[in-house]
Design a binder for this molecule. Structure first.
Ligand SMILES: NC(=O)c1ccc[n+]([C@@H]2O[C@H](COP(=O)([O-])OP(=O)(O)OC[C@H]3O[C@@H](n4cnc5c(N)ncnc54)[C@H](O)[C@@H]3O)[C@@H](O)[C@H]2O)c1
Length: 373
């Protein structure tokens, strides 16, 4: 089993991320160990798909450790990560008399984790929260770092809170039931993290992607390495400080996201899974980096090969370049109306630059090259 310790300087508690196959059966004992004897009740928040697959195992494990388990299932999908669902979740916690010493457990992907985490952050001004992520994206990224949020009609993740979990339990066996597209999306995010994290993390990810039959041991080790990377970034910059632009600021996690958000927006959030759009976004950022003379051509080639190994993505070559560029200007990560681009100096080292430092011709050419791929 892999253990990753997350220490956030501003918080008195640190917490553990555990990674192994089959951990769900031990959810009760692991939860008891962090919550203590005062916790009587846990609210297990999930959605129908994930609960049908793993709800019984999770519930049995929690009951065997002496918890009363109450379940609340949100509707399936990103479109339900809303204030309205949050309000239903909060009403449920009140109706079930969940107390300060009790806990919320999120069983699902990033959508469930973000909503359940936000409910735990604001219910009774904050109660304990445990993450049991069941998608690859949630296991390497969303469950680590304490960001919780819901979407509003104005945009994604616009209302939320920082609320660190008490424990993250990653059972890699749950990936066996994950649909292929969700895996592709997760691997694109893994390539993103490798590209900005370190050459070693990038190479480890690519090695795994290149195998037709990877072992559980290799999968666990790679997921743990990604958690370690994300935890290190979060420990250094929990709240994504707006004045930080160095290569270890939390903002580097937005690598590939300026284009990804634009692609999702102009296709009405229907064509791409978020990670698939990030796959294109990585390539656009790589092309810009090369065209600005920052990134050697062979490093861009490695990036292209890595994204290709993640799996097929919906086509993007038909999209209107001017419309994409226009949409990047309204990106929510812009500062003072100027888009911030995360680029690469080399694989393993990111650099943040202002959008107005990128020549329009370079931007157009980079988008064209990357979206045709
Ligand atoms: N908090 C953060 O730091 C952070 C970081 C990245 C992304 N996010 C958020 O994460 C969300 C995306 O998360 P996601 O990609 O996990 O998508 P998701 O939660 O929508 O899950 C994808 C699909 O897989 C299904 N599923 C989940 N686990 C399964 C399993 N083991 N077997 C079969 N099906 C399973 C879900 O029901 C869903 O249909 C977005 O809302 C995004 O904003 C948050």
């Amino acid at each position: 089993m892999h253990h990753v310790q997350v220490r956030i300087p501003a918080r008195k508690q640190s917490y553990q991320i555990k990674v192994a196959g089959g951990l769900l059966a031990g959810l009760g004992d692991d939860s008891r160990a962090v919550l203590g004897q005062a916790a009587r009740r846990v609210a297990l928040i999930s959605n129908p798909t994930v609960f049908n697959l793993y709800g019984e195992t999770a519930t049995a494990a929690l009951r065997s450790a002496g918890f009363q388990v109450v379940n609340w299932l949100m509707k399936e999908g990103e479109q339900h990560k809303t204030l309205s669902s949050l309000s239903h979740a909060l009403a449920f916690l009140s109706d079930q008399s969940v107390e300060r010493s009790d806990a919320v457990i999120a069983l699902g992907g990033g959508v469930v984790g973000d909503l359940a985490g936000f409910a735990a952050a604001v219910y009774l001004r904050g109660i304990s929260f445990i993450q049991v992520p069941t998608t690859l994206l949630a296991q390497i990224d969303a469950s680590v770092g304490g960001k919780t949020a819901v979407n509003t009609p104005a945009g994604k993740n616009l209302v939320g809170a920082f609320h660190q979990p008490r424990l993250v339990l990653i059972d890699t066996e749950t990936l066996r039931t994950l649909p292929r597209r969700e895996l592709t999306a997760g691997w694109c995010e893994a390539v993103k993290q490798g590209a900005i994290g370190s050459r070693a993390l990038f190479d480890q990810t690519v090695r795994l992607l290149g195998k037709t039959q990877a072992s559980q041991t290799e999968v666990c080790a790679t997921i743990a390495a990604h958690c370690r990377f994300k935890a290190s970034i979060v420990a250094g910059d929990e709240r994504e400080a707006i004045d930080r632009e160095d290569h270890r600021s939390r903002r580097i996690l937005n690598f590939g996201h300026t284009t990804a958000h634009a692609l999702e927006k102009i296709t009405g959030f229907r064509r791409f899974r978020h990670g698939e759009a990030v796959g294109y976004g990585i390539l656009v950022a790589g092309e810009i980096s090369k065209n600005l003379g920052m990134l050697p051509a062979d490093e861009l080639e490695s990036l292209r090969a890595a994204v290709a190994l993640c799996g097929p993505r919906p086509p993007a070559g038909d999209l209107n370049i001017a419309e994409i560029i226009n949409s990047t200007k309204g990106d929510k990560k812009s500062v003072g109306g100027i888009a911030k681009w995360v680029l690469l100096e080399r694989i393993g080292r990111a650099r943040i630059i202002d959008g107005n430092q990128i020549d329009k011709g370079v931007l157009r050419q980079s988008l064209r090259a990357a979206l045709q791929s």
